[in-house]
Design a protein around this ligand. Structure first.
Ligand SMILES: [Zn+2]
Length: 455
């Protein structure tokens, strides 16, 4: 192959001018006569050059794979088709260990690792557009994500493009997040439990002070303390849940250790007062860690919405805006009929993709994936928004855990410098992803013959 650098510069320039969507680089290279599968590598290099130019940031740790595509193989014994990364060295069957043979099916040939691949050796990073947020955070973000192999990254980029066209995402992000840890005591009878609760309440300032001392390391303070009770047979439970508010870190480790100390102090106070308990524990069922419950108070609320003039929306949809609202209602009711209480649609993909790419604390998106979608007409505008009630995240590395270089690099290129910016970007991305999906469904474009699959 002759030196492709001129070709890459030409395409990069076309991307900057807006003539070539970055996810169409592969198609443009094939048009210019580049042979498959070499075009996958050149497309990734072109997107990388484009992102470096628009962000002003260099890729240092993130590496572009030379063969960023999937190659199909077949086990001659089991007839299993394997779609393997092209640089895979283990070319044996997972089941029987026979040597795999190249597979040349009618449909299957080379495929991209992920849509709009840009870098990454094991976590494949896709470029998925840029999004402007305004309101409580004002910033333009370049979205990098680590999503599955489907069309989501492209759908997300399209959604962001639409949101930006209509003025960007208006975001709200709570200034402080909440973290929680619950101490629990088990008593032989409700009378003793009642006495214990009174004693703990009378000593609450001392207990709070000891929690505050620990939480100061992450800039946090106890907000409220909630008392609750329960019983099973002859066991009578007392829950005393400490909630602390914090600006940057997730604070989970700190509150665990701090409430652990408060519990030891409570035990000694109860013993001195002659109050007998069967067991003293951390009652983590009550404090909501990773539990998708409507009463979970952990994390912080973030939301994003876009306003689209009804007339423009109807032109875009080719349908009345009422149909769009009805679809959203149908979806919401569908969730309710399943017995769930929140939507988790694109959120599940977008949020886990961002967590995985940025490697922030935590890397598990379960509670954060809860989302509420709303849509209504206000004056001459359609307002479409997504609310994330419990975003649990800390982007600054702390004693709770390090952040590997890949995560720091992704955030540097994206433009994320603190937790509120992370939440603002997250809410805007989820909203853009949902908005694009809703539009495509209502326009009748999803999963139809007219759309070319990647696989
Ligand atoms: Zn086999």
């Amino acid at each position: 192959m002759k030196d492709p650098s001129n070709l890459i510069s030409d395409l990069r320039r076309a991307m900057i001018k807006g003539d070539l969507p970055p996810w169409r680089a592969e198609a443009a290279l094939l048009d210019k006569g580049v042979k498959s599968p070499i075009h996958f590598y050149l497309a990734a290099l072109t997107r990388k050059a484009y992102i470096e130019e628009i962000s002003g940031e260099k890729f240092c740790h993130l590496h572009v794979m030379e063969r960023p595509y999937i190659q199909p193989w077949r086990c001659p014994k089991d007839d299993i088709i394997y779609n393997l990364e092209a640089q895979e060295k283990d070319l044996t069957c997972t089941v029987c260990r026979s040597s795999l043979k190249p597979y040349k099916g009618s449909e299957l040939s080379y495929a991209p690792l992920v849509a709009s691949y840009v870098a990454g050796l094991e976590d494949y990073i896709s470029y998925c557009g840029q999004v402007t947020v305004k309101g409580e955070v004002n910033k333009d973000f370049i979205n990098l994500t680590s999503m599955g192999p489907g069309m989501s990254a492209i759908g997300l980029a399209r959604g962001c493009f639409l949101v930006n066209r209509w003025g960007g995402a208006e975001v709200q992000v709570e200034p402080l997040a909440t973290t929680a840890r619950c101490m629990g005591h088990i008593f032989a009878d409700p009378g003793v439990r009642h006495k214990a609760q009174e004693i703990i309440q009378a000593n609450l300032d001392k207990l709070k002070a000891i929690v505050n001392e620990g939480m100061a390391k992450v800039g946090a303070q106890v907000g409220e303390v909630v008392f609750d009770t329960g019983a099973l047979g002859s066991d009578h439970f007392l829950y005393v849940c400490f909630y602390a508010d914090l600006p940057e870190y997730r604070g989970h480790g700190e509150i665990s250790w701090s409430v652990g100390q408060a519990r030891e102090m409570a035990d000694s106070i109860l013993r001195k007062a002659g109050v007998d308990f069967k067991l003293s524990v951390i009652a983590q069922g009550y404090d909501g860690d990773y539990k998708p419950s409507p009463s979970n108070k952990r994390g912080r609320r973030a939301s994003a919405q876009v306003r689209v003039p009804v007339k423009e929306m109807e032109d875009f949809l080719g349908k009345s805006v009422d149909r769009f609202l009805a679809f959203n209602e149908m979806d919401r009711l569908g969730v309710e009929k399943l017995g769930w209480f929140y939507h988790t649609g694109m959120g599940a993909e977008v949020i886990s993709g961002l967590y995985k790419a940025t490697r922030v604390n935590p890397r598990m998106p379960m509670t954060t994936c809860l989302e509420r979608i709303y849509a209504h007409v206000e004056g001459n505008d359609l307002v479409y928004g997504v609310e994330l009630p419990t975003v649990e995240v800390g982007v600054w590395s702390s004693i709770e855990g390090g952040i590997p270089p890949i995560g720091r690099e992704v955030m540097r290129i994206m433009g994320i410098t603190n937790t509120r910016e992370f939440c603002a970007n997250l809410a805007a991305q989820v909203m853009a992803g949902e908005f694009n999906l809703a539009c495509e469904i209502v326009r009748g474009k999803l999963y139809t013959k007219g759309v070319k699959r990647l696989y």
